[in-house]
Design a protein around this ligand. Structure first.
Ligand SMILES: [Zn+2]
Length: 482
């Protein structure tokens, strides 16, 4: 009952209307499919008309209805998200501190992310978009509900009205969605433009009508400078340079390490900003500043090499921690060159499980930490892809509550999910030697842990895998001793 009051008549009525529209559209789709001439009855139904043409036509009709169903579904999703956020907010007493309020926000986002099986960034964006559409963009939400624009179009409107204020957003909406508005958009309706074209139109309008000058907006955008790294196919990666994975990964890790070394209480820039500055200075040859103030740190990367690949008898790919599979030759080169910043990890040929961390690196490995990095690979929170380098080893069952420091009581958490665990009702379940923990949400839902899909090593031709092979044991002993 309270929920009704909280969600409000508009939200409830909107959802009911969406359900009615969906029912009507699915009936329409069913009717289209029923009329589509079936192969068996083609001849009997209409000897004159081209049956294939009729099939093609009904497929397109069906697609158009499906597109409208998708739009109405998106509108329903928007209302559900907004109502959920409102309901959760109303259920709790007002937050007393900013700390408490940010923890609640994190928990809310995490729950939506898990329920929809999307990343937290996507969930947070969805909640933001739902808030904008239900509060300041009523015409865009109506158009979405009516199937006049797609979800992509709606997102573009949300995106391009960010920072324009209520009046600016209303003016943009009116220009594109109200044909009666003075100087309304001409030509194809927004829903008839592919999203990329629609965005160009909207952006052009925004640049002209934004209440704040481009100069001022640029100054603010500079604050968002950052360096990005993304693994790609075929042993390649981008750091906005398309490079071999080992080089890209090393650039990324080195820059991160230098930037972390430059952080101090007097440093006004964020880590993300410093990282971008360090990379830019180095590329532009202005290395004096960063080289002078940053300690020369070596970034460490784990390279998992199947035993037989390391011996050059198979070409099975190796695994670069934080990147993924790399060619065996690249891994062999890394190991052979004795690159100080790479830790070699051998895997058990029988099941692909990590066997031993190489001892050839520049400092003694903290074996348990590294084992954890091998097992978890990233933050163990569902959907989080925060990579191991910045993460903390955390006791799943706290030390003071009798938790041990064994591998099955440890889990890797990024700083953000570490805070989430301590501040909210999210709890990790137990782990095992080879499995990261599952998570239980504050509502009691269980979200299973992601696990690496390790596979048994490829064996060289003429060599049969046995349970206890003296040859294998000898190879393993030899390699560990190296
Ligand atoms: Zn995380």
């Amino acid at each position: 009952m309270e929920t009704t009051a909280v969600v409000g008549a508009g939200g409830k009525a909107g959802l009911a209307a969406a359900v009615t529209s969906l029912a009507r559209l699915t009936d329409e789709l069913a009717a289209i499919l029923a009329c589509s001439p079936d192969a068996s009855e083609r001849g009997a139904r209409n000897a004159d008309a081209d049956p294939l043409r009729a099939v093609a036509g009904s497929c397109l009709d069906g697609l158009a209805v499906v597109a409208r169903i998708e739009a109405v579904t998106a509108a329903a999703k928007v209302r559900l998200l907004a109502n959920y956020a409102q309901a959760v907010d109303a259920l709790e007493a007002p937050a007393k501190t900013a700390y408490e309020s940010s923890a609640r926000e994190m928990s809310l986002v995490a729950e939506v992310a898990c329920a929809l099986t999307v990343g937290e960034r996507a969930a947070s964006a969805l909640l933001g978009e739902a808030h904008a559409l239900t509060t300041s963009l009523p015409a865009a939400l109506d158009a979405l509900h009516a199937g006049k624009i797609s979800w992509q179009h709606a997102r573009i409107i949300v995106d391009e009205t960010t920072g324009m204020g209520i009046a600016g957003a209303a003016a943009l909406e009116a220009h594109f969605l109200d044909p009666e508005a003075p100087n309304a958009a001409r030509g194809a309706a927004p829903g008839e433009l592919v999203p990329a074209r629609f965005r160009r139109k909207v952006r052009a309008w925004r640049e002209r009508h934004h209440p704040e000058s481009l100069e001022a907006r640029h100054a603010k955008s500079v604050e968002d400078r950052r360096m990005e790294y993304s693994p790609d196919r075929n042993g390649m990666a981008w750091v906005s340079l398309y490079l071999a994975a080992d080089k890209a990964c090393a650039i990324w890790n080195r820059t991160s390490a230098v930037a972390r070394g430059m952080q101090s209480p007097d440093e006004p820039r964020t880590l993300t900003q410093i990282k971008a500055d360090v990379a830019a200075e180095r590329l532009l040859g202005n290395a004096g500043h960063s080289a002078g103030s940053g300690p020369s740190l070596k970034a460490d990367v784990l390279v998992t090499v199947p035993v037989f690949s390391a011996l050059d008898v198979t070409e099975e790919p190796a695994e670069l921690d934080g990147y993924g599979p790399i060619p065996a030759s690249m891994a062999r080169k890394l190991v052979a060159d004795g690159a100080g910043s790479f830790y070699r990890v051998l895997v058990d040929p029988r099941d692909g499980a990590p066997l031993e961390i190489g001892r050839t690196s520049y400092r003694l490995p903290e074996s348990l930490k590294r084992w954890l990095r091998m097992r978890d690979g990233k933050c163990t929170f569902p959907g989080c892809s925060n990579h191991s380098q910045d993460n903390e080893a955390d006791h799943l069952n706290a030390w003071e509550h009798g938790g041990s420091t064994g591998i099955s009581n440890l889990g890797q958490l990024c700083p953000k999910h570490h805070r989430l665990k301590h501040r909210t009702g999210w709890t990790p379940g137990p782990a095992t030697k080879n499995e990261p923990p599952a998570w239980i949400s504050p509502t009691g839902r269980k979200y299973n842990a992601e696990q690496l899909d390790r596979e048994p090593t490829l064996w060289p031709p003429g060599c049969l895998p046995e349970e206890t092979s003296p040859l294998e044991a000898a190879i393993v002993d030899y390699l560990i001793a190296c």
